[in-house]
Design a protein around this ligand. Structure first.
Ligand code: ZN
Ligand code: ZN
Ligand code: ZN
Ligand code: ZN
Length: 376
């Protein structure tokens, strides 16, 4: 979590309230907590060290990064046994001694790496694009190294995404608040926390980022993207109605700003429809999916993860509508079979999406089987 709370009593300070330690910028709700932290909280001993590391936010980022790397390497230990890093070619990192990770769609012996090596690579590529003014397209491609694998081009998931989130935040946190990369990094961190189920952390990062962007006067496009992320996090922590109303307004915002055929609009439509699904408003979800899946197939392509995701959820909605007929369910099963095949080919059998489609497919097939029997 980024530092939006008093270091002693955890009072929420947002981005601007409270007091800071004059040397290291550790944040407090007021002088009482600050004094207590110095006298009894060990801050007298730690203050110098924190200042030397670059201040409280940097110190925290470094610490969380090290923890996240250890967690990721441990979680991946079985999968990475006997392998080597595709960047430095070693099993153990020469400097940090960290183990290997893999959290993308790479298979076989491909894609094993150290988080440090992935981070170093992303950092260098981005710095090069920045220094040489290589343009937005190149920059975006290189920035994507923080969130997706250069080999299989799929997004990192779970613990790897989280460790890279901290790596990214630790790399850019020292920049001024208005610096674009610092805010992008916040976004990567929020996404990584979200990936490992640290919803409270993800929410705090996202809310902080959004309020900072509003203050700095960010573009409509940017605010919409952030509200979209915030909505999916509301969803996760069970604030479903809030999520739905935010999704609806993000979707209509994108429609107005970009039109129907834009990737961002498709993503927003999918999020809105998924929210409807989760609130068991299947008729509405199905209607929206019916309208937007053809667009997704056209704009993103048949094997894009999002197209697969939308087709999968539309199939689920069709089965769950009250009064769904056996034909409806059979059609849904056909869709699930198709998407499962494509997902397996594109994302791999270990990918969470492939697994969940597979699970849904077997439930639906069971159901068809039972209904078929009871008819006889
Ligand atoms: Zn306090
Ligand atoms: Zn201090
Ligand atoms: Zn390495
Ligand atoms: Zn990969």
């Amino acid at each position: 979590m980024i530092l939006t709370q008093c270091a002693v009593c955890a009072t929420d300070l947002g981005l601007t309230l409270g007091k800071k330690c004059g040397r290291c910028s550790t944040r407090y709700c007021g002088p009482e907590c600050q004094v207590q932290h110095w006298k009894e909280g060990g801050h007298d001993k730690l203050c110098k060290k924190i200042k030397k590391a670059g201040g409280a936010e940097q110190y925290n980022a470094n610490k969380k990064y090290t923890e996240a790397v250890a967690v990721a390497a441990e979680k991946c230990a079985e999968d990475t046994k006997g392998q080597t890093c595709f960047i430095c070619t070693q099993a153990l990192h020469w400097k940090t001694k960290e183990g290997l990770v893999r959290g993308c769609a790479c298979r076989g012996t491909a894609g094993f790496a150290h988080v440090s090596c992935l981070a170093e690579q992303a950092k260098i590529l981005v710095a090069e694009a920045e220094e040489n003014n290589l343009g937005a397209k190149v920059f975006n491609q290189r920035w994507a190294r923080w969130t997706s694998c250069s080999l299989c081009e799929q997004a990192y998931h779970g613990v790897v995404s989280c460790a890279l989130g901290w790596a990214c935040w630790k790399t850019y946190v020292g920049r001024p608040e208005a610096d674009e990369l610092r805010s992008f990094a916040m976004n990567v961190l929020g996404g990584g926390l979200y990936e490992t189920g640290n919803d409270a952390g993800a929410l705090a990062v996202m809310e902080a980022d959004l309020s900072m962007k509003r203050r700095l006067g960010a573009s409509e496009r940017c605010l919409l993207a952030m509200q979209g992320n915030l909505a999916s996090t509301y969803e996760r922590v069970g604030r479903k109605e809030e999520a739905l109303s935010l999704e609806r307004s993000v979707y209509s915002g994108h429609l107005k700003l970009n039109g129907e055929e834009h990737e961002d609009t498709v993503i927003a439509a999918n999020n809105y429809a998924s929210s409807l699904n989760r609130l068991r408003r299947f008729e509405e979800a199905k209607a929206l999916f019916r309208k937007t899946i053809p667009v997704a197939r056209r704009v993103l392509g048949e094997s894009h993860e999002l197209t697969l995701r939308m087709r999968w959820m539309c199939a689920v909605a069709r089965c769950k509508i009250t009064g769904a007929t056996l034909d409806d369910i059979r059609e849904a099963a056909t869709t699930l079979e198709e998407t499962e095949r494509t997902a397996r080919r594109v994302l791999g059998g270990a990918h969470p999406l492939t697994k969940i489609i597979e699970r849904n497919l077997s439930i639906v097939q069971d159901h068809i089987h039972r209904r078929g029997l009871s008819k006889k």
